[in-house]
Ligand binder design. Structure first.
Ligand SMILES: [Cu+2]
Length: 121
């Protein structure tokens, strides 16, 4: 009888260890769509580069037409608002949050005013 109890206990511990291992290894990335103030492909590259170089962000794809950037991030490492902050500090608006004016001042003229863009979007 004691052996059976030990067997159950062993199986229980085994399952507990296994399930915690699965919880650690299974990726649980979240996706957030952020409306930006990007106007051209330079904006797209700048925002995507800033996002992708941020720890915890695995994917960033900006659609210049819709101005939306789709970001895949690890919620254990940063929040959706911290993702928005990366966009803001690149000089662009992120949803209802206004851009960082100092970062905006450093953007190329085209990115500040779409009418100055040479490329057609
Ligand atoms: Cu631009």
């Amino acid at each position: 009888m004691k052996d059976i109890a030990k067997l159950f206990l062993g199986a229980f511990i085994g399952i507990a260890i296994l399930s915690s291992f699965v919880a650690i290894t299974v990726p649980k990335d979240k996706v957030v769509n952020i409306k930006t103030s990007a106007v051209c492909n330079m904006c797209k590259n700048k925002i995507e580069k800033a996002l992708k170089s941020t720890l915890g962000i695995s994917e960033a794809l900006l659609n210049v037409k819709s101005k939306e950037v789709k970001v895949k991030y690890n919620p254990d490492l940063l929040s959706a608002d911290q993702v928005r902050l990366v966009v803001i500090n690149s000089g662009y608006n992120a949803d209802e949050h206004a851009r960082n004016p100092e970062a905006f001042a450093k953007l190329p003229e085209c990115c500040k005013d779409k009418s100055l863009c040479k490329e057609k979007n």
